[in-house]
Write a protein that binds this ligand. Structure first.
Ligand code: URA
Length: 288
């Protein structure tokens, strides 16, 4: 086990075997031996070189252009002036704006808005659906049971919450009863997510579940049909320089807690994501 693996596993208080066990995976799983990793490497090598581009002035704007499919833009697009105003905020202003936001009905029942958590210059950005009861109470995403699984999934690929990882949600306020956020709610919250992406400039985005995929990619069909593909988030800078951030879609941890048999597919997705990250870093001449 690498030093980094040991540190991550120790950070979660678990050995790698325990982490894989936690994810419902047999101990013979080895990251480098998996065909999914090989496929991802091959596929990733075909990605545009722009993936490695991270200029300071890069600002994410339009929702996406896809490598393999073209998405529809989410309905109920927010007013252009609101979008523009949010696109100019720094982190402190963004936090305040989200805390004060009353753009949709989700503000009525929230205890607090939940912006996100982690390293604001992270290479990895994970996006979930929206805060649940515990997140609403504590002001941090993924701190309930689904969050514990997410932490184990991160540790299984040598990542740790807050260290080169940022975690956000499609909507910042808890939908009552933990229902799925509506399309209009996600569209009204989307400028905040786009601003987070622009400020973080991640090298890779992992969308957890159908709502997150819908919020970022538009309504492009079932989650099963989106898994295994690499989408591209088009980031446009003030200098009009375009940068492309690869996006992968996987299952939401809450779904995996209910559907144990799909944990192995989520593991494949993580392996693919890790291979894509390696390629992106290699293209930028950084250590993996
Ligand atoms: N589920 C999510 O999608 N996000 C959270 O923050 C918690 C649970």
């Amino acid at each position: 086990m690498s030093e980094r693996s040991k540190r991550s596993a120790a950070g979660a208080g678990l050995t790698r075997w325990q982490l894989l066990h936690e994810m419902g995976l047999p101990s013979q799983w080895r990251l480098r031996e998996q065909p999914a990793v090989r496929r991802a490497r091959e596929e990733a090598l075909a990605m545009p070189a722009a993936i490695a581009h991270r200029s300071e002035e890069t600002v994410a704007r339009a929702p996406v252009a896809m490598v393999h499919e073209r998405p529809s833009v989410p309905a109920a697009a927010p007013a252009a002036d609101r979008e523009q105003q949010i696109a100019s905020l720094d982190w402190d202003q963004l936090r305040q704006s989200v805390a004060d936001c009353r753009a949709c009905g989700l503000c009525q029942a929230r205890r607090q808005a939940v912006l996100g958590v982690g390293d604001v210059r992270a290479d990895w950005l994970f996006i979930g659906e929206g805060p649940g009861a515990e997140e609403d109470a504590r002001g941090e995403p993924f701190v309930g049971p689904a969050g514990k699984l997410l932490d184990a999934m991160l540790a299984a690929i040598d990542l740790r919450r807050g260290e080169d990882v940022y975690i956000a949600n499609a909507v910042k306020c808890r939908p009552p009863g933990n229902r799925t956020p509506e399309t209009a709610e996600m569209a009204l919250c989307a400028p905040y997510l786009r601003r987070q992406i622009a400020l973080i400039q991640p090298r890779l985005i992992v969308l957890l579940g159908r709502a997150a995929a819908h919020a970022v990619l538009g309504d492009v069909g079932s989650l099963a049909s989106q898994r295994g593909k690499t989408f591209a988030f088009e980031a446009v800078g003030s200098s009009n320089a375009a940068a492309t951030i690869p996006v992968v879609v996987s299952y939401h941890p809450a779904y995996l807690l209910r559907t144990l048999q799909d944990k192995s597919k989520a593991w494949e997705d993580l392996c693919r994501a890790r291979a894509l990250m390696r390629v992106a870093k290699a293209a930028a001449s950084l250590p993996a």
